[in-house]
Write a protein that binds this ligand. Structure first.
Ligand SMILES: *Cc1c(COP(=O)(O)O)cnc(C)c1O
Ligand code: SF4
Length: 434
């Protein structure tokens, strides 16, 4: 397979390489000052269809679009750039716009940070009993950035909000102190942007600690879509696969939580080769994605994506609704549409692919599954349930929301039967003191 070097592009380079109009380039520049922008030669050369780029899902996934900012925000930034405002002024305007884009949905920055011996563990989140999230400092970037990403505050230098720590020892100690934890999920950014030697340091600490409760190591990554060369031609590709092998050989389950948004990402020779190499280590690749307007809001896309994933030996896991953050109004679709797309795709695939669950809202109280729409005593209702809850006793108890064809997120839903609260809301008040 041809060697590919890793090239970072900025918009000035793109302008020289691709025939975007002046206005398109300017839009990318304006929006890119607010939402992070980063692409690379794999995405540009192999994923984006430049003959139809305006509607191309990979282009929209990776390149900032005019519609992603409200008009007022767009105009403020555009005017500042046109009058040659200083870098510090541009940063100030960007920070102000970001502040209004709900950078920390689902109480991420305050409510899920665990304590060890009274001290806040800034590089971890622990919300659901079994799984602790770990944000290794060295993995807080990605091979390219998704325009819809809810982790975007981590990439745009809001340093005080950046959850990161470099101490694997604290991670080990924390897992030891919480016997209910079975899974540690390395996340970011993208932990696969770390050097293999750095990742190995964390893994060795975990393996040497021989924690009796730890059963699964998970890695949340988009490297298979944005940079499959990670497992093939990167200098330390073999070393990374060696670390995977070591985890599996130690008897732990290694789950690669791969992020794919579209079947286009599954078609290149290089991604197929990367999947095959990872699977040979004994790791299981599970897949997840949000459902996004302009990118994958058709059931045929999901049907084909899930089928392709299973063909390549991966296991479909979650379909999420787009989180209420960043350019949400550009990407979000009503819950009813997501449900329709899910059901349509799900009903046309083999049971082998029906491991997938969705549509799910990963919200402050927990992961809420929209099971369907029903009618009780003449009123139309959403049937909802927790797949994961802040309180484990909430899981798998059906509850009902009033049907609303415009609702896009849990906050938009009203409890059914004229109740004032959903059943978990009273308990939430008690939980959310940190
Ligand atoms: C989704 C998520 C997890 C993992 O949940 P699973 O259902 O076990 O995959 C863990 N922690 C947080 C905060 C999450 O959002
Ligand atoms: S790869 Fe994941 S963390 Fe990185 S920009 Fe995309 S969604 Fe965000």
């Amino acid at each position: 397979m041809k060697y590919k070097s890793y090239t970072l592009y900025n918009y000035r380079e793109i302008k020289q390489l691709r025939n975007l109009s002046e206005q398109e380039m300017f839009d990318i520049e304006v929006v890119g000052h607010v939402l992070p922008f980063k692409t690379n030669n794999y995405v540009v050369d192999q994923l984006i269809d430049w003959d139809n780029y305006k509607d191309d899902p990979m282009f929209i996934l990776n390149f900032p679009q005019r519609g992603m900012l409200p008009d007022e925000a767009y105009n403020n930034m555009a005017d500042a750039i046109k009058r040659g405002a200083s870098r510090s002024e541009l940063s100030r305007i960007a920070a102000d716009i970001r502040f209004h884009l709900n950078p920390h949905p689902a109480g991420q920055s305050t409510q899920n940070i665990p304590r060890l011996n009274g001290e806040l563990m800034r590089g971890m989140q622990h919300k659901y009993n079994e799984t602790v999230l770990f944000f290794p400092t060295q993995g807080q970037t990605c091979h390219a950035y998704c325009t819809f990403c809810f982790r975007w505050p981590q990439f745009v230098k809001m340093d005080e909000l950046k959850f990161a720590m470099n101490q694997g020892e604290l991670l080990v100690e924390y897992i030891r102190s919480k016997p209910e934890i079975t899974d540690v999920l390395f996340t970011g950014g993208d932990p696969m942007t770390m050097k293999a030697s750095v990742f190995k340091t964390y893994i060795d600490l975990l393996l040497e600690a021989d924690l009796p409760n730890l059963k699964t190591i998970r890695i949340g990554t988009k490297s298979l879509s944005f940079w499959p060369y990670r497992y093939i031609t990167d200098n330390d590709a073999g070393e990374m696969l060696g670390v995977f092998q070591k985890i599996v050989d130690s008897g732990l389950h290694l789950a690669i939580m791969a992020h794919f948004n579209h079947h286009v990402e599954l078609k290149t020779d290089i991604v197929k080769e990367a999947v095959s190499r990872i699977r040979k280590t004994g790791a299981i690749i599970r897949t997840q994605s949000p459902i996004l307007r302009h990118i994958n809001d058709r059931s045929s896309v999901w049907r084909e994506m899930w089928q392709n994933q299973v063909e390549l030996g991966m296991v479909p896991y979650y379909m999420f609704l787009a989180r209420n953050t960043g350019a949400i109004s550009y990407f979000s679709i009503p819950i009813v549409s997501a449900l329709d797309i899910f059901r349509n795709a799900y009903s046309q695939i083999s049971g082998i692919c029906r491991t997938v669950r969705g549509p799910i809202m990963s919200s402050n109280p927990g992961k809420v599954l929209v099971s369907g729409i029903t009618e009780i005593n003449g009123s139309k209702l959403f049937v909802l349930s927790f797949v994961q809850g802040r309180d484990a006793t909430w899981v798998k108890k059906p509850f009902f929301g009033e049907y609303d064809k415009n609702a896009v997120w849990l906050d938009d839903l009203k409890p059914a039967f004229d109740e004032n609260y959903f059943f978990y809301q009273k308990e939430m008040e008690g939980i959310c003191v940190n």
